[in-house]
Write a protein that binds this ligand. Structure first.
Ligand SMILES: [Zn+2]
Length: 63
């Protein structure tokens, strides 16, 4: 592989990776993962914080 084709491959990869659909998909997947992890965490401190935040912001009555 020559250096110019290596650069070209990098540019193609960067073009695909930085395209809007990929960015939007990654953003949604990662934020969903973070929200899911926080909301369904069983770690007491995180769970209690997420729980009271849910009650205070969404008015959800779960107990
Ligand atoms: Zn509750």
């Amino acid at each position: 592989m020559t250096s110019s084709s290596h650069i070209s491959l990098l540019q193609k990869t960067a073009g695909i990776t930085l395209s809007k659909p990929v960015q939007v998909t990654l953003y949604m997947l990662l934020s969903s993962l973070v929200i899911w992890t926080v909301l369904f965490s069983t770690y007491p401190a995180v769970h209690d914080t997420a729980h009271s935040a849910r009650h205070h912001t969404l008015g959800v009555a779960c107990h």
